[in-house]
Design a protein around this ligand. Structure first.
Ligand SMILES: Nc1nc2c(ncn2[C@@H]2O[C@H](COP(=O)(O)OP(=O)(O)OP(=O)(O)O)[C@@H](O)[C@H]2O)c(=O)[nH]1
Ligand SMILES: [Mg+2]
Length: 583
C-alpha cells in the first residue's frame, strides 16, 4: 500500500472478496462443511469488522482489545489502566458479556456504527447486551489509543467465546491477558497460535502472579511464547495485588503497560507499524484462506449437480420405462385385452386374419355394431392399466432417487430437511395421473373426430363410432413396438392387428400411421410432464440451496487479485527501501 491509489485498488479487491465470499454459501452438509462455513463467516466478519474500515481510515486510533482467559482480570486491568471504573469486574464467571470500548473524547468520531464492528449497536449506558458496544469517552486515555474490554475467550458461554473471537479479529493490537493459574490452558494458546500465524500485533499480560512465582512462571511463559512464534511480543507481568473499593489495582502494578501504550499512542510511526503488521497479516491470511473456501464452494456446486443428476436419472428411467411398456404390448393383457376382445370378438377373427381381410372388416363391423358400452369398458380398462403403470414407475423412481441421495451425507440431510416423503411418489400423483390419462384419451377422441370429419356418414365410421375408433387407436399405440404384422405376435399382437385393420378400413393406412404416431407422442408428453412434477420435488430441494455456480471462481479471482497487489507492493517496497516490503 505504497500510494493512496494502491490502497484504493486493494480496498476494491477486498470489497470484492467480501461480496464473493457472501455468495459462496455452503449449504450442503459435506464433510468439513461446518468448518468451512465457520471460516467463511469469520472472513466476512473480519473484512467488515476490521480490514475494510481500517484500510479506509488508516489514521484512526489504535484499537487495543483486551482478551484472554476467563476471570484472568481483564476488566480489572482495563479499569486500572484507565484509572476509574469504566467496565464491570466481577466474582461470578463470566462477568463481561458486552464489550466496553474506552477512548479519548476527541476520538469519538472514529468509533461510530459505520466503522469497525458495524453489527454491534453503539450504546452509552452500561449493558449486558452482547450485540451492543458500549462506548466510554475518558480523558485519562491519550488521543490515538482506544481500549476494548472483551468477554472471555474460553467462556462456558458460546456467545461470549464467539464475540471474544470477533472482537480480537477487529483489533489492531491484542493485549492478551492470562493468569499465573491459567497460562498453560489450551484455548488461549489456540488464539495465540492464530495471532502468530496471522502476524497480529500481540502483547501478553501475565496477570495475578504471586510475587514469589513471578520469576518461574514468567520464564516458562516466555519460553512457550518463543516456541510458538511470539518471541517478539512484549510480555508484561502484573503481580497479584489488592484491589481497592472501586475494584482497581494500585497504579504502580499497571504502570509499565500504561507507559508502553502511552508511548505507542504518542508515536505515530510506532502506532502505524503496529497497525500495519496486524492489517497486512489479516489481509494475507484472508487472501490465503479464501482459496480453501473457494474449493469448498466448488465442491458444493459439484455435489449439488450430482444430486440433481441422480434424481434426474431415476426419473428419466421411469419415463423411458413407461414409454416402453406403453408401446411393447405390456398393456395388452388382463383387463384391457379382455374388454377389447369383448368389443371386437376374437378366435375366428384372428384365425382368418391373414386370409380374408375384407371379410374380417365386415365381420368386425357386424361384431361391434351397437356396442358402445363395450367401447366404454375398454376405455375404462385402459385408464386403469395406464394409471397403474405410471404409478408403479413413479414409485420406483422416487425410491431410486431417494436411495441415491441416501448414499451421501449431503443427500441424506436434504432428504431429512425436505419434510416431504421424497422416497414415495407424491401424494397427489394418483389423482394427477387419472387426469393425465383422461386428457390423453380426450386427445385421441379429438384426433379421431378431426380425422373422421369427412367420414362421419360412412357406414363403417358409424358402426364403430368415435369411441370405438378411439379405443382401437389406443390399442394400436400400445402395440407399437410389439409388432402388429401378424398373429405370430401372439394374442396381444393379434388383437392390435384387429384394431389396426379396423382403423385402416375407416381412415386408410397413411392416416392411421400418422394418428398412431401423434397419439404416442401425446402420451409420452403427458407422462413426461406428470413425472416431471414428481421429479421437481428433488429439483426444488437443490434449487432451494441457492448454490451459486460462479461463487467459487469469484472468490478465487478476488483472492488472486489481492495476491497480485500484495506482490506488487512488496516489490515496490524492496525497490525503494531495500526491505521486505509492505503488504
Ligand atoms: N486480588 C486481586 N483480585 C483481582 C485481580 N484481578 C482481578 N481480580 C478479581 O478477580 C475477579 C475477576 O476479575 P475480572 O476483572 O472481572 O476478570 P475478567 O477477566 O474481566 O473476567 P471475565 O470478564 O468474566 O472473563 C474479580 O473479583 C476481581 O476483583 C488482582 O490482580 N488481584
Ligand atoms: Mg471482564
Amino acid at each position: 500500500m505504497s500510494t493512496p491509489a494502491d490502497a484504493d485498488r486493494m480496498l476494491t479487491a477486498l470489497v470484492r472478496l467480501r461480496g464473493a465470499l457472501q455468495t459462496a454459501e455452503l449449504p450442503l452438509d459435506l464433510a468439513d462443511a461446518a468448518e468451512h462455513r465457520v471460516a467463511r463467516q469469520e472472513m466476512v466478519d473480519q473484512l467488515e469488522d476490521y480490514i475494510i474500515p481500517r484500510l479506509m481510515t488508516m489514521e484512526a486510533p489504535l484499537l487495543t482489545v483486551v482478551g484472554g482467559s476467563t476471570g484472568a482480570g481483564k476488566s480489572t486491568l482495563v479499569n486500572s489502566l484507565v484509572g476509574s471504573r469504566v467496565t464491570t469486574p466481577g466474582v461470578l464467571r463470566p462477568t463481561t458479556r458486552s464489550p466496553v470500548l474506552v477512548h479519548h473524547p476527541d476520538d469519538a468520531t472514529w468509533f461510530g456504527q459505520d466503522r469497525l464492528l458495524p453489527d454491534l449497536e453503539r450504546v452509552h449506558p452500561h449493558t449486558d447486551d452482547p450485540d451492543a458496544l458500549q462506548l466510554v469517552p475518558s480523558d485519562s486515555l491519550p488521543p490515538g489509543l482506544a481500549i476494548l474490554d472483551a468477554p472471555d475467550v474460553d467462556s462456558v458461554e458460546e456467545r461470549n467465546r464467539l464475540l471474544a473471537a470477533q472482537l480480537l479479529a477487529a483489533a489492531d493490537l491484542w493485549l492478551f491477558v492470562t493468569s499465573a493459574a491459567r497460562y498453560a490452558d489450551q484455548v488461549p494458546w489456540g488464539f495465540l497460535k492464530q495471532a502468530a500465524e496471522r502476524s497480529t500485533s500481540v502483547a501478553i499480560v501475565l496477570d495475578r502472579t504471586p510475587e514469589e512465582a513471578t520469576q518461574t512462571v514468567a520464564t516458562h511463559l516466555a519460553r512457550m511464547l518463543a516456541s510458538r512464534g511470539l518471541k517478539d511480543s512484549p510480555l508484561f507481568v502484573v503481580t497479584e495485588g489488592k484491589v481497592d473499593d472501586e475494584g482497581l489495582l494500585p497504579a504502580d502494578h499497571v504502570a509499565e503497560i500504561r507507559a508502553w501504550l502511552a508511548s505507542l499512542a504518542a508515536d505515530a510511526e510506532a502506532r502505524g507499524s503496529v497497525v500495519k503488521q496486524t492489517l497486512e497479516g489479516a489481509i494475507r491470511t484472508v487472501g490465503r484462506r479464501a482459496y480453501v473456501v473457494a474449493d469448498a464452494a466448488a465442491e458444493q456446486v459439484r455435489t449439488a449437480e450430482q444430486l440433481r443428476a441422480d434424481a434426474d436419472a431415476a426419473y428419466d428411467r421411469a419415463v423411458a420405462a413407461v414409454s416402453e411398456a406403453s408401446a411393447d404390448g405390456t398393456l395388452l393383457r388382463g383387463e384391457v385385452l379382455a374388454r377389447w376382445q369383448e368389443f371386437v370378438g376374437t378366435g375366428e377373427l384372428l384365425r382368418s386374419l391373414e386370409a380374408r381381410v375384407g371379410w374380417i372388416r365386415d365381420r368386425v363391423v357386424n361384431a361391434v355394431k351397437g356396442k358402445p358400452q363395450q367401447a366404454e369398458r375398454v376405455t375404462v380398462a385402459v385408464e386403469s392399466g395406464l394409471e397403474t403403470l405410471i404409478l408403479e414407475h413413479a414409485e420406483a423412481a422416487a425410491e431410486r432417487a431417494a436411495a441415491a441421495w441416501q448414499q451421501t451425507d449431503a443427500g441424506r440431510s436434504l432428504l431429512q430437511a425436505s419434510g416431504d416423503d421424497l422416497g414415495r411418489a407424491s401424494r397427489d400423483l394418483r389423482h394427477r395421473a387419472e387426469t393425465a390419462v383422461r386428457d390423453w384419451q380426450n386427445d385421441i377422441l379429438e384426433m379421431v373426430r378431426h380425422e373422421g370429419a369427412d367420414k362421419r356418414s360412412t357406414a363403417r365410421f358409424l358402426a364403430f363410432g368415435v369411441n370405438g375408433l378411439s379405443v382401437a387407436l389406443m390399442i394400436v399405440v400400445f402395440a407399437h413396438t410389439a409388432g402388429v404384422t401378424g398373429a405370430e405376435a401372439g394374442i396381444a399382437g393379434g388383437s392390435a392387428v384387429v384394431g389396426q385393420k379396423l382403423l385402416e378400413a375407416v381412415f386408410g393406412d397413411q392416416a392411421v400411421r400418422s394418428m398412431a404416431e401423434r397419439a404416442r407422442r401425446s402420451l409420452e408428453q403427458r407422462v413426461g410432464a406428470l413425472l416431471d412434477e414428481d421429479r421437481a420435488r428433488y429439483g426444488a430441494m437443490i434449487d432451494g440451496l441457492q448454490v451459486q455456480p460462479q461463487a467459487a471462481d469469484r472468490v478465487r479471482e478476488a483472492a488472486r487479485r489481492i495476491d497480485d497487489l500484495r506482490f506488487a507492493a512488496s516489490r515496490l517496497g524492496m525497490g525503494q527501501e531495500g526491505t521486505e516490503g509492505t503488504l
